[in-house]
Write a protein of this length. Structure first.
Length: 444
């Protein structure tokens, strides 16, 4: 049974929209930041500029987009009124304060409140988890989509209380050699962003394209396999277990392919004659989830091919001429490639598409597309085209260490991100006008 409310302004709230607008603004800022100095993607160490850029996209775009989409979808698509709308604004205040600090932190090393940024974001995450958990408690028959959302809350709690603090400073001496930064990035991108994208694709997309939201075993199987792969991949990446990471990445790839097949069948059940560009963008991002797993597998294989230099016995080396050891092979380019594919080419388009589908539902799904909706669709297409070209150039530029390609790709990203923002604000205004007109008609 498909419980949806697709009436204009149906149960959506100002807090969710505020999160969505914030996400699109920071996406544009992140693209501008990359265009201003793309060379940090070519370095072998993460600079302050690079750290600030990652913080801007993760905490400025990714998390607000996920939060806003979930807050928006629960009342309007899942037909579950939020437990507390006031908690949404409390969450927003915590997150915005933390975002300001973590973005400035890489540039202001003596910032006395540096540690407070992560604390504020973690407090906001707790508010989100409590609000969503109490909201989902009212669901009579949980489905795979709600299970994915529950998983998002679990991963978010781990990111907030383990990932971010451990990435900053491992609490135990024997953990000093681990890579918690890689672990928490996997947690937040694959655990939070991908799960949010999948959860909402299972319910928001059917409402947007007129398809029945059926309960299929494949969705539950994908939930189990994907998150098994994510959990073990995080552990393998954190502790540098490359052979195990190869296996867990393959498990994640299998789960992504299962969901891709299930989502493809879902789209075939639609009543709409053709997919809108929001659904096509989401479908493209769903295709990119297994592509991300494939790139990660390739990165692991390349790392396994780097043989460590054997240690020389000091006694056997006595009297021998000095030997110059070869420079270690850098895999920084491949690391950036994996991250860029996961974040810029997969998570960003997926979350943006979900936001635009929610905006469409806010305006009301019509049998015939109006002239304004057609224009908005063409603008969305143009924005996505520029963004997709930019993401492709940036990924290839990072892999091939080509700064000119990186710079050109960043320009395309800026154009696409600004197009997303402008189109969303325009559509938001149109949907608000439609809602006001409907209210006046009812009063009359």
């Amino acid at each position: 049974m498909n419980n949806t409310d697709t009436q204009p302004n149906g149960a959506s709230n100002a807090g969710a929209i505020t999160f969505a607008v914030t996400a699109l603004v920071f996406l544009a800022l992140g693209c501008l930041m990359l265009a201003g100095r793309p060379g940090f993607l070519l370095g072998e160490t993460l600079t302050g500029h690079g750290q600030a850029w990652i913080n801007l996209l993760i905490f400025g775009f990714g998390l607000p987009a996920a939060f806003g989409a979930v807050y928006w979808a629960l009342p309007s698509v899942f037909a579950l009124p939020l437990y507390s709308k006031q908690m949404v604004f409390l969450h927003y205040g915590f997150h915005l304060a933390g975002l300001a600090i973590v973005t400035a932190m890489p540039f202001v090393t003596d910032l006395p409140q540096a540690g407070m940024g992560a604390t504020f974001i973690a407090c906001g995450a707790v508010v989100f988890i409590v609000n969503i958990a109490l909201t989902l408690r009212g669901m009579e028959r949980p489905d795979a989509a709600s299970a994915f959302l529950s998983t998002v809350c679990v991963w978010l709690a781990i990111v907030a209380f383990l990932g971010i603090p451990f990435a900053a400073k491992p609490p135990l001496p024997f953990l000093a050699t681990t890579s918690w930064s890689a672990g928490w990035l996997l947690f937040v991108i694959a655990g939070v962003f991908f799960n949010t994208q999948i959860a909402l694709a299972l319910r928001v997309t059917p409402a947007a394209v007129g398809a029945a939201s059926e309960r299929t075993p494949a969705a539950w199987f994908a939930l189990a396999v994907i998150n098994l792969g994510v959990a073990w991949s995080v552990a393998a990446a954190t502790f540098g277990l490359l052979g195990f990471l190869l296996l867990t990445s393959a498990i994640f790839l299998l789960g992504a392919l299962i969901f891709l097949g299930d989502f493809w069948l879902l789209l075939q059940r639609r009543t709409a004659r053709e997919l809108g560009w929001d659904a096509k963008i989401l479908l493209a991002s769903v295709w990119m989830i297994p592509a991300t797993a494939a790139v990660l597998i390739y990165n692991v294989v390349e790392r396994l091919g780097i043989e460590p230099v054997a240690a020389v016995d000091p006694q056997a080396a006595a009297g021998l001429a000095p030997v110059v050891e070869p420079a270690p092979i850098t895999v920084m380019a491949l690391d950036w490639t994996v991250g860029l594919v996961a974040l810029m080419a997969t998570a960003v388009p997926g979350l943006v598409a979900i936001i635009f589908q929610l905006l469409k539902l806010r305006s009301g799904v019509r049998a015939e597309t109006t002239a304004r909706e057609k224009v908005a669709g063409q603008v969305l297409l143009a924005s996505f085209f520029n963004y997709a070209v930019g993401a492709g150039l940036v990924v290839v530029g990072a892999w091939g260490a080509d700064q000119q390609m990186l710079g050109l790709g960043a320009v395309f990203l800026v154009v696409g991100a600004l197009g997303f923002l402008g189109n969303f604000l325009y559509g938001l205004g149109q949907s608000s006008d439609a809602a006001e007109a409907g209210t006046e008609a009812v009063r009359a």
